[in-house]
Design a protein around this ligand. Structure first.
Ligand SMILES: CC(C)(COP(=O)(O)OP(=O)(O)OC[C@H]1O[C@@H](n2cnc3c(N)ncnc32)[C@H](O)[C@@H]1OP(=O)(O)O)[C@@H](O)C(=O)NCCC(=O)NCCS
Length: 170
């Protein structure tokens, strides 16, 4: 298998549900997207995928991983976004938006009315992206990623609509 750092933009990536065998590629891409200490371990990604009601949405083109989103129901009405990873070669092409939209559509269909996530306060690109997607900062979590590395909690009301455009094959 080629590593996900070898991909190059081509045709529009296709979305599908993540499968257990995708785990190594998800882990590789997560380490490309996040610095050590913030990137998830393989075991953590597997644990998230195994949570009840968890949804993993993957985007690929020509068999190569372009990005993925991962989330799960948390409390009766909350959709927790665990991560959203777009390969650098595919950024600013609306793929993050598609992956987030599909994830939130699925979790809203399962009963979530509110989406919640944490993002590194230094990650200004992602914060701007999430604001554009209708999230607002609702708190600051001191040392969330380790000593002195704070996170913003960001929230979006899903009952206002706009969670997603269309369903994709599971
Ligand atoms: C954040 C991330 C998911 C965005 O994915 P993307 O596919 O590039 O985003 P999109 O193309 O869907 O962006 C939609 C809009 O969000 C905003 N946006 C996206 N990335 C941005 C950035 N780096 N800086 C400022 N605004 C940004 C823009 O308004 C953009 O529209 P435009 O390109 O027409 O200006 C991607 O940069 C990424 O994977 N980063 C590393 C991992 C990460 O930080 N994940 C999020 C935290 S969990």
């Amino acid at each position: 298998m080629r590593g996900s750092d070898t991909v190059s933009p081509g045709s529009d990536p296709v979305l599908r549900s993540a499968r257990p065998e995708d785990l190594p590629r998800l882990w590789t891409l997560d380490r490309l997207c996040f610095e050590p200490g913030i990137a998830y371990s393989r075991r953590e990604i597997r644990r998230f995928l195994d949570l009840p009601g968890a949804e993993g949405v993957l985007a690929e083109t020509g068999g190569e991983l372009a990005g993925f989103s991962l989330g799960h129901p948390d409390a009766p009405d909350v959709a927790r976004v665990v991560t959203l990873d777009v390969h650098p070669a595919f950024r600013r092409q609306r793929l993050g938006r598609r992956l987030l939209s599909e994830l939130l559509t699925r979790l809203a269909a399962a009963g979530a009315t509110r989406a919640l996530l944490e993002v590194d306060v230094r990650n200004s690109g992602a914060i701007e992206f999430y604001r554009r997607e209708g999230f607002q900062e609702t708190g600051r979590l001191p040392s969330y990623y380790g000593r002195g590395l704070d996170a913003f909690e960001m929230t979006k009301n899903l009952s206002l609509g706009g969670a997603g455009d269309r369903k994709v094959p599971r």
